[in-house]
Design a protein around this ligand. Structure first.
Ligand code: IMP
Ligand code: MG
Length: 180
């Protein structure tokens, strides 16, 4: 693994290794397996960023469950636009079910707040949130994260599904932007 990478003209340094990520996902899956056994569960991954985390997490889930994806976006480059677009990709399938939202990273919390609002309108029996990363200093919303990988400082990160203008999602490890 590289200590530094240049992606989309920006320099990033190694932050969380794939081994550490794997341990985080193991722990999250094990908590979910303990807590949700016997429930009618549907996992809902938020595209695009959560696709790798969701794929890794779901393969560690032991109970009978379903997985679906929704799409929204609030980011341009390394700055949040503060705008959240409508949720696409969701039908009636969550009504009366335990929904576990799978999100890669929670930054301002705007995306998650809007996603939760829209999911609630489909009347699930409960909604739980599983997020890999949380930028606690950037969050401006009162967000309850039921299953969290770890808190991180307010630095822009890429890799493991997270992108910089569409680049860098394919990196196995997570990198953070180097101060210039
Ligand atoms: P929020 O709405 O500000 O909480 O931003 C959440 C969304 O922005 C996440 O779903 C990510 O896809 C994206 N995002 C937030 N922080 C980062 C980052 O550091 N790198 C890449 N994407 C990010
Ligand atoms: Mg996202």
């Amino acid at each position: 693994m590289e200590d530094t990478v240049t992606v989309h003209g920006k320099k990033f340094e190694l932050f969380i290794t794939s081994t550490e990520i794997s341990q985080m996902v193991d722990e999250l899956a094990s908590k979910l397996n303990n807590d949700l056994d016997g429930k009618d569960v549907i996992f809902v991954g938020i595209l695009n960023g959560a696709f790798i985390f969701a794929a890794d997490l779901i393969r560690r889930i032991k109970m009978n469950c379903r997985i679906s994806f929704v799409k929204t976006a609030s980011y341009k480059g390394t700055q949040t636009t503060g705008r959240v677009e409508t949720l696409i990709g969701l039908g009636d399938e969550i009504k009366g079910k335990t929904v576990v939202v799978i999100e890669d990273i929670i930054d301002t919390g705007l995306t998650l707040e809007e996603v939760l609002k829209q999911l609630e309108s489909h009347q699930p029996s409960e909604i739980l949130v599983a997020a890999l990363l949380f930028k606690c200093d950037a969050c401006i919303k009162d967000i309850k994260i039921d299953y969290l990988g770890r808190e991180i400082p307010n630095d822009f990160v890429i890799g493991y599904g997270l992108d910089c203008d569409g680049h860098g999602r394919n990196l196995r490890d997570i990198y953070k932007i180097k101060p210039s």
